[in-house]
Design a protein around this ligand. Structure first.
Ligand SMILES: Cc1ncc(COP(=O)(O)O)c(C=O)c1O
Length: 381
């Protein structure tokens, strides 16, 4: 079995699993309790917060633990919209955001917000000039992803953050779910006010994430209750998952950048191999991309057929993103690049992690070539 769907989720590192198990057994106290078990659990929480803060080069108080990327994105967008609506009701985002940003914006439209959905070029990239042109006198928020989850295209968040520094009343949210741990990101240096991260994308536990919130920014909470996480996210803290997340962050640091270089080499070999197969076209651009994602199509083939045929050969890959892959519609993201329907409907995404090897990529390229030959007679070309 060769797992090549790491953008959907990653296999938890065994060291993370150990930490989670140990925290469940030993630190089951409620961090809000006054007794020793509570204090011990609170110490685990504090330690985890400082590990994350160090990785993001920010203050521990700027870290809010959430249930994952979806909640971080919802909290950032709705939290800002509700808090700052008296300042303005205009929000800028893009046509290629994850549904946990895009559909939240759609929902905010029902509440009277005006949303600008910026277009992208053929590479799936938003232009800084378009961001500049979209700003209005009542813009309160710009929300852009760092790396697109389907194409792997890097967005100009550094340039946007730099530009927005002259508009202190416009907050900047970045969905860094696909980039954290693979590409440099430091919210303060980049002029980012809010940043979303999800642990299961970097070998941490499922159902735990981070929202970085710059000091001084107020958010209306989605969840009211006991006032945990500085009142932004009530609910008894998930200590085992938080401890596991911190372990996954530490392991990322230990692995260092050489693993990202290795991932980029695997993606580059994959690009070369896939491009040689007759009828295959690569959708991920060559430059300005993340190191772990390659998207390609076999126009005329059905992506689900490719995915299942590959599974029979022992390879696990995906069509568009995991959350929308069951819908029989071409991907909104790929269509936004101007791609034709047949190409978008046949798109397959490969995403690697440090757990993959070049040998596996060679095996995949060979198997993919055979798979395309196998289904060619049934293709609609
Ligand atoms: C770019 C992006 N944002 C947000 C999410 C949602 O994260 P989670 O699964 O932790 O809710 C994903 C997950 O695929 C993603 O790729």
């Amino acid at each position: 079995m060769i797992y090549l769907d790491n953008s959907a989720t990653t296999q938890p590192d065994p060291q993370v699993t150990d930490v989670v198990k140990r925290a469940m057994e030993e630190y089951y106290g409620n961090p809000s309790s006054l007794h020793k078990l509570g204090v011990d659990a609170e110490n685990v929480l504090k330690q985890a917060r400082s590990v994350v803060a160090q990785a993001l080069r920010c203050k521990p108080a700027e870290i809010i633990f959430t249930s994952g990327g979806t909640e971080s994105n919802n909290t950032a967008l709705k939290g800002v919209a509700l808090q700052y609506q008296s300042r303005g009701k205009h929000i800028i985002t893009s046509q290629i955001e994850h549904p946990s940003v895009y559909d939240v914006c759609r929902q905010l439209e029902d509440f009277g917000f005006r949303i600008t959905y910026l277009p992208v070029d053929a590479d799936g990239r938003v232009s800084l000039e378009d961001v500049k042109a979209a700003i209005q006198s009542d813009t309160i928020l710009v929300s852009l992803m760092h790396v697109n989850n389907e194409l792997g295209t890097l967005q100009p968040v550094k340039g946007v953050g730099e530009y927005l520094k002259q508009f202190p009343k416009i907050l900047f949210h970045v969905d860094a779910v696909q980039s954290f741990g693979k590409m440099a990101i430091a919210p303060r240096e980049y002029g980012i006010d809010l940043l979303s991260i999800s642990a299961h994308k970097f070998h941490g536990p499922r159902g735990i994430g981070i929202l970085y919130k710059r000091e001084g920014i107020q958010l209306q909470p989605l969840l009211m209750g006991g006032g945990q996480e500085a009142g932004i996210r009530s609910g008894t803290e998930n200590i085992p998952a938080i401890a596991g997340l911190a372990k996954a962050v530490r392991l990322l640091e230990q692995r260092g950048t050489q693993e990202t270089v290795r991932m980029a080499a695997m993606i580059s070999r994959l690009r070369e191999g896939v491009a040689m197969i007759p009828g295959c076209v690569v959708n991920t651009p060559e430059y300005g991309i993340a190191p772990h994602i390659l998207n390609f199509s076999v126009p005329g083939a059905k992506a689900e057929v490719l995915v299942h045929a590959l599974e029979e050969r022992g390879f696990f890959v995906s069509t568009k993103s995991a959350c929308s892959s069951k819908l029989n519609e071409p991907s909104r993201v790929l269509m936004a690049t101007g791609m034709d329907r047949a190409r978008a409907l046949s798109a397959v995404r490969i995403s690697v992690s440090h757990q993959n090897t070049m040998e596996e990529i060679e095996q995949f390229v060979a198997a993919f070539g055979e798979t395309v030959e196998q289904i060619r007679p049934y293709m609609n070309v």
